[in-house]
Design a binder for this molecule. Structure first.
Ligand code: AMP
Length: 221
């Protein structure tokens, strides 16, 4: 099964991707995590090209597609993938369709987490992440160390107001044509989220309702 998860930074893509990957027994591929891992190694051949992500800029379509193509050979993606953070442009979407079709595969559906800007700022400025397992928390939970790894939670370098605003603008500009592309080519589920404190479990429940509706529509032809 191949799923693309769309949504601005802070929309809960990572959390929902983790849940869906467990449920469907497919790999969760976060390009943001892969790129941040590259930045941990200054001798990595892509280090200099990837560095721009700390200023909130997107890396080129060609470069990120190369990173995705290389990562797909990892055995954890053998049964399928939930793509989180990729594609971000319609050129990347077309490149992904090509990569999958070369393997005789295609996307099953696109899930768009359409979260309002106000909700996003609240979430991102308070977001804290485990540096090891990447699990995400919020300062309102009052947790400072990861319950699983015991490591101190950290704030991502790009979770500051200036960078967040840049990322919003990039996302809005670039995702318009991407959404248009997918709405015309792939089964598309859009979930509108405007409640600040909606839980991940509630979002998961709403996703399941929509998935059930999609399957019913498909069965009815
Ligand atoms: P994320 O964790 O998905 O918010 O990604 C963090 C940063 O990595 C983004 O702000 C971009 O700079 C970069 N990045 C991740 N995925 C992509 C992509 N598909 N295309 C271009 N840049 C990306």
């Amino acid at each position: 099964m191949y799923i693309v998860l769309l949504g601005p930074p802070g929309s809960g893509k990572g959390t929902q991707a983790g849940l869906l990957s467990k449920e469907f027994k497919i790999g969760h591929m976060s390009t943001g995590d892969i790129l941040r891992d590259i930045l941990k190694d200054k001798t990595h051949p892509l280090y200099e090209d990837v560095k721009v992500i700390n200023q909130g800029m997107l890396i080129s379509d060609e470069l990120v597609t190369k990173v995705v193509r290389d990562s797909l050979s990892n055995p954890k993606f053998k049964q399928g993938v939930i793509f989180d953070g990729y594609p971000r442009t319609s050129a990347q979407a077309k490149a992904l369709d090509k990569i999958l079709s070369e393997e005789g595969k295609k996307l099953d559906f696109v899930l768009d987490l359409n979260v309002t800007e106000e909700v996003l700022l609240y979430r991102l400025l308070g977001r804290r992440v485990c540096p090891s397992c990447k699990k995400v928390f919020h300062v309102r939970q009052g947790i400072t160390t990861c319950p699983d790894c015991g490591l101190e939670l950290v704030q991502r370098a790009d979770d500051n107001k200036e960078t967040i605003n840049k990322r919003f603008t990039e996302y809005k500009n670039k995702s318009l044509s991407l959404k248009e592309y997918y709405k015309n080519t792939t089964p598309y589920i859009e979930l509108k989220i405007d409640q600040k404190d909606i839980s991940a479990e509630e979002v998961e429940r709403l996703i399941h309702i929509r998935l059930g509706e999609m399957q019913k529509d498909k069965a009815e032809g």
